[in-house]
Design a protein around this ligand. Structure first.
Ligand SMILES: C[S@@+](CC[C@H](N)C(=O)[O-])C[C@H]1O[C@@H](n2cnc3c(N)ncnc32)[C@H](O)[C@@H]1O
Length: 274
């Protein structure tokens, strides 16, 4: 069927992730600075959003292709590229489970920061990322970790507790934060186990508004949280959900300024050398 609804796409087009991305720019730039990207390299950013990591990679002189399933985020990314006058980066729509149109072994670096982890069919995602990476190149993923006590893992956990159960066969995106699962997926894609490594790193969300206002940004613009509030409203549990998240945001805030938010969140950084 031509226009079959794609729930994965609908989730990310639902809100406006750019509103969250604005609070993640510093960490995105810092992460890219450590990837060893050099001028003229070919870089793919998968699930690139509006370019939190893709644009810093282009500023380093790489030729960057950003691919994202959400049309609104691709448009927002291309608008940022135009505003900055960059000519070595483009964004386009695409799905991490099937990178059709992208040739085998065409990228030196394939990056996916909290992006491809949200695609269904994780074995296909690993296969595609590995396929388009050239021998000698690498894949770098940033994935939230299930059960981790920091912000995003907890938002996703709380949100899912208020959202209707996913369809049968749904694989939790959070399994991308479990080393054994990640290894299994990349080995199935053709990687050698000794070329897969893991580190725990931190992304810090920074915004000049208090945590309560930052929570409102999630509520209004972040698909998974929007869905949780919609479901909670139907069951009369909206106040409970709000209280749980408000406590979380308040307790995680490390900004000394009460009117600002600075929240560090731990993630699993996966590196696969091809
Ligand atoms: C949490 S955002 C992260 C965006 C960006 N990497 C960043 O760090 O700001 C998740 C992104 O993954 C994208 N995404 C989700 N599923 C995808 C899929 N199957 N293929 C490509 N992109 C996908 C979403 O549209 C969204 O832009």
């Amino acid at each position: 069927m031509k226009n079959k609804m794609n729930a994965n796409k609908a989730l990310w087009e639902k809100g406006d992730f750019t509103r969250l991305a604005e609070t993640m720019r510093e960490s995105g730039t810092a992460l890219v600075a450590k990837l060893g990207i050099t001028k003229g390299q070919e870089v793919l950013d998968l699930g690139c959003g509006d370019g939190t990591t893709a644009i810093p990679a282009a500023r380093l002189g790489a030729n960057v292709q950003g691919v994202d399933i959400a049309r609104n985020l691709v448009e927002a990314g291309n608008a940022r590229v135009k505003a900055e006058g960059l000519t070595n980066i483009t964004f386009r729509e695409g799905d991490a489970i099937n990178l059709e149109g992208i040739e085998d072994q065409s990228f030196d670096v394939v990056v996916s920061i909290f992006g491809a982890m949200f695609a269904p069919q994780p074995f296909d995602v690993a296969k595609e990322m590995f396929r388009v990476t050239r021998p000698g190149g690498k894949i770098v993923m940033g994935n939230w970790i299930p059960g981790d006590p920091t912000l995003v893992a907890q938002i996703l956990k709380v949100s899912s507790a208020y959202t209707p159960a996913p369809p049968e066969g749904f694989v939790s995106p959070m399994l991308w934060g479990v080393e054994n699962n990640v290894t299994e997926r990349f080995v199935a894609a053709g990687a050698s186990q000794e070329n897969i490594s893991f580190e725990r790193e931190t992304f810090t969300f920074r915004t000049p508004v208090p945590p309560a206002a930052f929570l409102e940004t999630f509520r209004k613009y972040y698909g998974p949280t929007m869905n949780a509030f919609e479901a909670a409203e139907k069951n009369g549990k909206e106040a409970d959900l709000h209280q749980e998240l408000a406590n979380l945001f308040e307790s995680q805030n490390q900004s000394p300024d009460k009117n600002a938010t600075s929240i560090p969140a731990t993630f699993l950084k996966v590196t696969v050398r091809r």
